[in-house]
Design a protein around this ligand. Sequence first.
Ligand SMILES: *[C@@H]1O[C@H](CO)[C@@H](O)[C@H](O)[C@H]1NC(C)=O
Ligand SMILES: *[C@@H]1O[C@H](CO)[C@@H](O)[C@H](O)[C@H]1NC(C)=O
Ligand SMILES: *[C@@H]1O[C@H](CO)[C@@H](O)[C@H](O)[C@H]1NC(C)=O
Length: 373
Amino acid sequence: MAAAITVAFGLLFQHVHAAAVPRSINQRPCINLTLPVSVTAQNAVYDVVHVDNNIDAAAFAVDSDTYSSPNSTERIIKAVPIKDTFNISAQLCVPSHGLKKESLQIATHGGGFDKRYWNVEIKPSEYSYVDACLDAGYSILTYDRLGCGNSDKPDAYTVGQLPLDLEILHGITKMARNGQLLQSATGSRSKLSTQRRHSTRLYMSATALAAFSPSASSPTTEYAPQNDPELFGDFTSGYVVPGTKSAVQTGFFSTRRNEAAGVGGFEPELLEYGFAVRQPIAVTQLLSSSQLNLGVADQFMGPVQFMLAEFDFLSCDGDCKGAADPDVLQALYPNAKDIDVYIQKGTGHGLTIHRGADVGYKASLDFLVKNGL
Ligand SMILES: *[C@@H]1O[C@H](CO)[C@@H](O)[C@H](O)[C@H]1NC(C)=O
Ligand SMILES: *[C@@H]1O[C@H](CO)[C@@H](O)[C@H](O)[C@H]1NC(C)=O
Ligand SMILES: *[C@@H]1O[C@H](CO)[C@@H](O)[C@H](O)[C@H]1NC(C)=O
């Protein structure tokens, strides 16, 4: 699951595009934040294989995907209410001459990565969504989801679950609206142009990038601290990670080409990068998507764009053509002002690390501009 949400704080917008400015990673107008996010959520105790080594990890993956195993709802033993404050590592980037001063994008990465997913350091002018936003004049907040990167890594069986993840995104969005982001700045604020205190009307646009639950066993799954003690030594029981470069390729990359469009495949150094920045995920996070109870968003009046990767193995078994039914999407967002489905040609699940990433970024940013955000 990966998504970018645009929270806009007014109607000021201009039909002007900023010229693209090449910049190195360290020259970006960005600061690091540790956000203390207070949340309540309804999690669950699951009957699940406990993972304390690689043998357990493979057993977990096979058990999860065995057709006669209980499904995730049937595995629930009891509900667990969570009420706590978690430290979330975030990065806020604000262009000095932002043309979209009234908007902030908040980007959530999917399982298997952290916030670096949005800020690829190889050929950033092609692959970094953060740079694409800055060049178009947008501010963007990226963060490490609970249980990976530099954010807190709680118990993988009862705490690291999707209902809590959703409330954390909600909490971060509220902090942004209330002007509370910079209160927890750990770096120099002088790198940023001043952020206004936002409290005005809200407009939201969700650019949802394929929110489906991956099968646990498709990529070879290993116990994180055993897979790489140096990278993942601080992860505890129940955290698993795609174990090899081939596992990352199977899950997130496609070698297929869309011949008609003449696009497809990936650059090998992006696979190296994807493997280097891979991140563990809690076993119950893989199980808990059916507990999200997302329902119908009938109060949402903003625009929604769904982005799918044409050859997505994790979400669509390798081919997303026809995967999005416009009638179903309309029923989920009955009052959205604009619903768009964009299929990015010739790419696998990892949209930001595939050839043509920048084509998809343009489609998202054009959609926002078209909708006045
Ligand atoms: C932000 O944190 C990253 C590590 O996550 C580090 O590489 C980078 O230098 C930090 N940037 C600033 C401005 O402190
Ligand atoms: C799980 O199985 C039950 C039947 O035992 C069914 O009612 C339910 O819809 C299933 N849930 C999921 C998420 O597949
Ligand atoms: C969160 O960060 C604060 C401030 O750095 C620290 O005092 C607190 O112990 C952290 N909480 C956890 C759970 O790590």
